[in-house]
Structures are given as structure tokens and as C-alpha cells.
Design a protein. Structure first.
Length: 340
């Protein structure tokens, strides 16, 4: 995305609505997204960005994954927040602007608005429809908090400084829970962390949840559950591709594969063609050989040390970390390095 374009769009929309709830459309041209998806599927190896998982059905399936016995991250992160909310909040500025990156239904954030004394809530998500509902729910529960939404794809550099400037003297708290950072390669994660860092000013903070390295069997079970919910979630992305690209993937002709790649410290999810067959993708045919895979997701796992290193490389200073007693999941609060 052209950075400047996004800035102007923010300005324009803000001046239009003078401080009331708004949806800022700071997303890339949808045609570019579709071109990326098409290019990825025609490439070798074929790949699909995980951001395409989350249509309405994909969001519902992800919700079901979070409730699975095998899927520990959501539960473990919630446990850390439940037991350490006040000590964590002590490290956050009060009267701040809560920037909820990938807000979804906003439920995780609503638990923070009181303890962190939040003045303004900014939901950021790629899914515009959910965003509206999230803002309404948040406003209903917290009428005194000013709520607004930004539609953005933060797989691209994002720039919401004009939105933050609209509420001067209120430091931003960027909340990025759920180990969503794990979907980025360490290089991409560094770029995103820098992007956030550039918005912090002196008093702003990042509050981020990160899944940690643990035995491979536990991680693999979380991404290949016994009931096949994750398999359905993975295959659903082919239905999204069918809709967006006018393609004719048969999801059941692909198998779900998930394994821990220890050298890269990441879970890899693939869809494997079960038989050799051709798929129509718009106006071209793409042949898939039996066993050929489409990469659909990487989910990186960090050690606390490695994640703190990444934060330092992105220009953060003092960092605090909380984990559960098995050290399966880490919650980090980081502020700007002092000498910057
Ligand atoms: C939403 C990216 C955090 O990587 O664990 C869950 C997505 N994929 N099961 C993750 C996901 C398969 C999830 N994140």
C-alpha cells in the first residue's frame, strides 16, 4: 500500500465526521488482494495468505478451534490475562487510546478498558462487517469511551497517526493478542513491530501475546485436532478462493497437513492434493499433482528471549513478560527505547 494514500484517506474521513465513530477505509485496493491470491495459487509452490481464512464461515470455524481441547493458545493467554491483569495494567499508560489490532468481536479488549482506564477505543480489522458490530457492542458497554474503527490490512505498512492525533495527550496502547504475530515471518514481524513502534510517542506501549516454543507433539495436536475442525478451517480457504477468483476447487480433494518445522520454529499448514487433478482458476487451468501442496499458514513459535530480541531490534526498550506456569504462552509489554 502507498503509505501516503492511507494517510490522506484517514484525514479526509476524520474531518468529515468530527470525532464520531467512523470506519476509515485504509485497505488496499480489493483488486490487488485478489491479484495476490491468484498469483499465489498459480505459483510453485502454490500458497495462500492466511488472511483469506477469515470469511464468515472461517471466523466461525476459528471460534470453534479456540474451544478445542487441543488448541491451548487462546485458553492459556486468557489465563495469563485473568491472573495478571492488574500488574500488566500497571505498565500501561492510563487515559490512553486502545488500538485493538485484529479486533474481531472485541471481547478480549473490553476486559481491559476499565483496568487500563481507556479513553478511546480504536478497533482495527480487515473484516469491515464485524467491525461495525464490535464498535456497537463496545459503545453499549462503555458509553463514556469514544469508539471508532479502522478497516486496515496490517500485512501492509499501516499509518494511523492522523487518527491518533485526533485525541491529543492520550497515549496509544497497541493490543495484538492471540499470537497473530506468528503468522508473519520474523522479517515481516520486525516490519510490523517497527510500524507500531513509530506510532508510540514517548508514553505509548505495545501489549502483545505470543505463542512459545514447546514440545512438537503438543503444538502439532493443536493444529491437527482429532475432530478435524482445523482441517475444515484449512479447507474452507479453498471455498474463499472459489468465490474470489471464480475457481472450482473441490476442498475434499485436498488433505489437511500440519507439522512443526523445528529448523524454522514454525507450524506449517498445507493442503495436499489427494489425486492429480486440474482446477479452473478464473480463465486458466492449474494442474495439481498428487501430493503437491498449497502452503496456507505459518505459525511461528518464539522463546521469550528470541521475542525480546525481536522487540529490541524493532526499537523497543524495557520489556516485561508474563507466562503461564508451563511457559506455553507469553504476554509482553514493551515501550520505546529511551535513547531514541
Ligand atoms: C489466529 C493466527 C493465531 O496461528 O494459531 C489456528 C490461526 N490456524 N489454527 C494460529 C490458526 C490454525 C491462529 N492465529
Amino acid at each position: 500500500m502507498n503509505k501516503n494514500k492511507a494517510v490522506y484517506r484517514c484525514h479526509d474521513l476524520l474531518s468529515d465526521v468530527d470525532g464520531r465513530r467512523l470506519i476509515v477505509d485504509a485497505i488496499d485496493d480489493p483488486a490487488d488482494q485478489i491479484a495476490d491470491l491468484r498469483e499465489g495459487l498459480l505459483g510453485r509452490p502454490a500458497r495462500i495468505s492466511p488472511k483469506f481464512f477469515y470469511d464468515a464461515q472461517g471466523c466461525a470455524l476459528y471460534g470453534a478451534i479456540c474451544a478445542l481441547a487441543e488448541y491451548y493458545p487462546t485458553r492459556t493467554e486468557a489465563l495469563i490475562y485473568d491472573c495478571c491483569r492488574d500488574p500488566i495494567a500497571e505498565h500501561l499508560p492510563h487515559g490512553g487510546q486502545w488500538v485493538d489490532l485484529g479486533c474481531g468481536d472485541g471481547a478480549k479488549s473490553r476486559q481491559w478498558l476499565k483496568p487500563a482506564g481507556v479513553r478511546r477505543y480504536i478497533g482495527v480489522d480487515i473484516a469491515a462487517d464485524c467491525l461495525q458490530t464490535t464498535l456497537e457492542a463496545t459503545e453499549r458497554q462503555f458509553p463514556e469511551v469514544d469508539c471508532l474503527g479502522v478497516v486496515a490490512d496490517f500485512t501492509r505498512p499501516f499509518h494511523i497517526q492522523p487518527v491518533l492525533n485526533d485525541c491529543p495527550g492520550s497515549a496509544p496502547i497497541f493490543f495484538y493478542p492471540g499470537s497473530s504475530i506468528g503468522n508473519f515471518t520474523p522479517e515481516q514481524a520486525l516490519a510490523l513491530l517497527r510500524s507500531i513502534r513509530a506510532h508510540l510517542g514517548r508514553d505509548g506501549r505495545l501489549l502483545i501475546g505470543v505463542d512459545l516454543v514447546k514440545d512438537a507433539a503438543t503444538v502439532e495436536a493443536a493444529y491437527d485436532d482429532a475432530l478435524g475442525v482445523t482441517a475444515a478451517f484449512n479447507r474452507n480457504v479453498l471455498r474463499v478462493a472459489n468465490r474470489l477468483l471464480d475457481a472450482d476447487f473441490d476442498p475434499m480433494r485436498f488433505g489437511h497437513k500440519a507439522f512443526f518445522n523445528a529448523a524454522e520454529s514454525r507450524i506449517e499448514m498445507h493442503l495436499t492434493a489427494l489425486t492429480t487433478h486440474s482446477v479452473q482458476i478464473g480463465d486458466v487451468q492449474r494442474r495439481f499433482d498428487a501430493g503437491e501442496t498449497i502452503v496456507t499458514e505459518y505459525s511461528y513459535k518464539y522463546t521469550p528471549e528470541r521475542f525480546i530480541e525481536l522487540l529490541a531490534a524493532a526499537g523497543y526498550g524495557e520489556t516485561h513478560c508474563w507466562t503461564d506456569d508451563r511457559a506455553w504462552f507469553g504476554v509482553f509489554v514493551a515501550g520505546p527505547a529511551r535513547d531514541e
